[in-house]
Design a protein. Structure first.
Length: 400
């Protein structure tokens, strides 16, 4: 089986990419440091900002109706807020098979329930016992944080780079936002990195298993599968392309189950005026409810984050070593997704586009690490800066 290095056509790769030293221990250390950093941040913000109530991480709002009973009594509710996505996945974790009627508390159940991997894993780990689902959910997020950093570190070492690059996972918007609001995006990001690593080392069974799980983490995981299929097909690996395509079958099977409960309406999701909302945000940004100076700083970082995504689009489209590798194919598909999303309304906040397009930022960064092109790390840092601004009030609360 050819590795990703062969698919890259990397005949000019430096000799050190063929080192024989085992990176296992250093990769474990990098993953452990990444996990400790994530856990430390969550612990600090929970105890300093939310009175020790860990359910605050689900970002449940008090204006959205949520169930009563075990698992929801004592749930932290943010005042005057409709909450964020994590609250819906938490509800799903109590009723993953749609047997308790809790789907009525979810905004878009037909869409949300397709992202079943994280809620189902929490339900299974808690043995279906409601009082333990919150803890199980957070533990599963920690597991994927560790796994993602470990796979990223191993991938970097396999390509002759330092295992310390595994810490880069902490700079990815999907990681920070998932730690902050317990969304499913970190799960998909970790599995994407895992698929790239297992293909790199030729671990076929683990590769196809991880690829199938990626689709169940979030529907955009289908783009990851499509990226591998495209790369395999271009390189004449038709059998691998077919096997990779079969990895979407569990997702389609589960989607059919969800569709039986929530029939899809097959409405085209397109804007009446493409890119109007994005252009309006750039030239006539909405006011923030803060003092003038604070609002100006936040708006400036809004532009920085959008510039980072635009730079990622441009850099991915102009790669010097275009060889239709999985890295490049996945990146280009997410560029297409990003262009489409920005043509819609309300996709200009970093907590929206940042987490959805994190696979693009990650594969671009991996390409930069492999080929020592530091410019390809800049988009990650630009978007990361805006996420940090969003989390600044929590940081202030920790040290207050």
């Amino acid at each position: 089986m050819h590795s990703l290095r062969v698919l890259d056509g990397d005949s000019s790769a430096p000799p050190e990419t063929r080192h024989a030293a085992s990176p296992f221990r250093l990769s474990l250390l990098a993953a452990a440091l990444c996990l400790m950093a994530g856990m430390s941040w969550q612990t600090a913000t929970v105890y300093r900002n939310y009175g020790g109530n860990w359910t605050a991480l689900f970002c449940a709002g008090d204006t959205w109706t949520l169930p009563d009973g075990p698992g929801f009594d004592g749930l932290y509710r943010f005042p005057n807020s409709s909450g964020f996505d994590g609250q819906f996945y938490y509800v799903m974790a109590h009723d993953p098979f749609l047997r308790r009627g809790l789907a009525s508390y979810i905004d878009y159940p037909g869409l949300r329930y397709r992202r079943i991997l994280l809620p189902l894993a929490a339900y299974v780990l808690a043995l279906g016992r409601a009082p333990y689902i919150a803890a199980a959910y957070i533990f599963v997020v920690w597991c994927f944080l560790f796994a993602g950093a470990w796979w990223l570190s191993l991938y970097a070492a396999e390509r002759g780079r330092s295992p310390a690059w595994g810490l880069l996972l902490l700079a990815m918007p999907a990681t920070l936002i998932s730690l902050d609001r317990l969304t499913t995006d970190l799960v998909l990001l970790a599995l994407t990195i895992g698929a790239l690593y297992y293909w790199e080392i030729g671990a076929r069974h683990r590769f196809f298993c991880v690829l199938a799980l990626a689709c169940l983490a979030r529907e955009t995981g289908v783009l990851v599968v499509a990226g591998f299929c495209l790369s395999f097909w271009v390189h004449g690996r038709r059998r691998d392309a077919l096997l990779a395509a079969l990895c979407v079958l569990p997702f389609f099977t589960w989607s059919a189950y969800i569709g039986a409960h929530f029939p899809p309406r097959f409405e085209l999701w397109y804007p009446s005026t493409p890119f109007a909302s994005t252009l309006r945000f750039l030239f006539h940004p909405p006011p923030y409810p803060w003092p003038t100076m604070t609002s100006s700083v936040v708006r400036a970082f809004d532009l920085v984050a959008l510039a980072g995504i635009a730079a990622a689009f441009w850099l991915m489209a102009r790669l010097r070593k275009w060889s239709a590798s999985p890295l490049e194919a996945i990146g280009l598909l997410f560029v297409c997704l990003g262009i489409y999303l920005f043509s819609l309304d309300d996709w200009t906040h970093v907590y929206d586009f940042g987490r959805v397009l994190s696979p693009l930022l990650t594969v671009l960064a991996l390409h930069g690490i492999v080929y020592r092109r530091r410019v390809e790390l800049i988009p990650v840092l630009l978007v990361f800066s805006r996420v940090c601004v969003q989390m600044a009030p929590q940081l202030i609360g920790i040290f207050r």
